[in-house]
Design a protein around this ligand. Structure first.
Ligand SMILES: Cc1ncc(COP(=O)(O)O)c(C=O)c1O
Length: 368
């Protein structure tokens, strides 16, 4: 479809490759987490770039996401990070998706579907070591469950867990790792040795080499989104995403005029006000009005007044601005940069949510 609106997300695939190369420890596999359309960056394109840079596997949250990657011609192993939705097993296995498993019901559904596939099906047993979202709990119950997996005719290819506090709590992360390794050792004692034991998300990949095991599983960091506390930029990660638009209208308004819905922004002096075609329907949150800044001609300007569904206003003061000028909402312009983390701070959230929430209405363009 022809694009007429100048609003676009540009994703620098060379930044993705750089981040993957930086994150992949020698001798350890890297699974690139590309769920939620690659954290809003475009799953298939990111997956290809990550694989080119040394990733050997991909991770998704949903069967649908895995099938979407297969439709786009991606043949690499894809781990579904939660159990397959009931009813999806046959299609998922036929597409060669690798299931996670942790409940008796889930195992039952898988075993039935695997029987119809006619070739060995490898699965990854997920252990809940303290996150308490999904996974076999308590960890001491995992070895018996592993035996059921094997008895059901499936191949125990992986054993894994997910960290809850790798960005902030070393002792907590060590304890989760200890619980996982206890399961691994118990399995070993029974002669069961999953080829792939894994735990590390982005923060653990960067901060705790002892968690690398057979494979690291970063998401945010491959996009250059900070996993927490500024560790991403300090590690040398490069943000891959630029969200830009362009000025569509410019007005000179007198002191005292108030802007946008609710008239919540009043000009304290005569000012040039620019209109930008980005709104909360694109994922630029309404609460950013009167808080965030954008870049025009390399200068920071305030987002003035309420962000509307499709447009926002910018107070440019006495600076020159013209229709067609580039507006950067996230990313760099001149020597200025607005990070996803900066927007997140205005909203009491994390950079992950900012990039993942950019709407489908905004086209993704891939460069590099
Ligand atoms: C199971 C699992 N592994 C890995 C990741 C990647 O985490 P991060 O983006 O913090 O690296 C996620 C993302 O939330 C996840 O759910």
């Amino acid at each position: 479809m022809t694009r007429y609106r100048p609003t676009v997300v540009e994703v620098d695939l060379e930044a993705i490759r750089h981040n993957v190369r930086l994150l992949k420890p020698p001798g350890v596999e890297l699974l690139a987490v590309v769920k939620a359309d690659g954290y809003g960056h475009g799953a298939a394109e990111v997956a290809r770039a990550a694989l080119e840079a040394g990733a050997t596997r991909l991770g998704v949250a949903l069967v649908e996401e895995g099938l979407g990657l297969r439709e786009r011609g991606i043949a690499a192993p894809i781990l579904v990070l939660s159990e397959l939705s009931r009813g999806s097993e046959k299609e998922a296995l036929a597409a060669g998706l690798t299931p996670s498993v942790y409940t008796d019901d889930g195992l039952g559904g898988l075993a039935e579907a695997a029987g119809a596939i006619g070739r060995p099906v490898g699965v990854h047993l997920k252990v809940d070591t303290g996150m308490h979202r999904v996974g076999r709990w308590p960890p001491q119950a995992a070895p018996a469950f592993a035996r059921s997996i094997v008895e059901a005719g499936l191949v125990l290819e992986g054993l894994w867990t997910h960290f809850a506090v790798a960005d902030e709590d070393e002792a907590g992360t060590r304890e989760q790792l200890r619980r996982l390794l206890e399961v691994r050792d118990a399995l070993r004692a029974e002669g069961l040795e999953p080829a792939c034991v894994h735990a590390a998300n982005s923060a653990a990949t960067i901060r705790f080499p002892q968690t690398h095991l057979d494979l690291v599983r970063p998401g945010a960091a491959i996009y250059g989104v900070d996993p927490g506390g500024g560790i991403g930029p300090r590690f040398g990660l490069r943000p891959a995403l630029t969200w830009r638009s362009a000025v569509t209208m410019v007005k000179r308004l007198p002191v005292g005029e108030r802007l946008s819905y609710g008239w919540r922004y009043e000009l304290e002096r005569d000012a040039t006000v620019a209109t930008v075609p980005v709104g909360y329907a694109d994922g630029y949150r309404r609460a950013l009005g009167n808080r965030a800044e954008v870049l025009i001609r390399g200068v920071r300007h305030a987002v003035a007044g309420t962000v509307t569904m499709d447009q926002l206003l910018v107070d440019c003061g006495d600076r020159e601005v013209a229709v067609g000028d580039e507006v950067v909402l996230v990313g760099a312009q001149g020597d200025q940069r607005i990070t996803a983390e900066e927007l997140a701070a205005h909203l009491g959230t994390i950079g992950y949510e900012i990039v993942a929430a950019i709407g489908e209405r905004v086209p993704r363009e891939h460069v590099g």
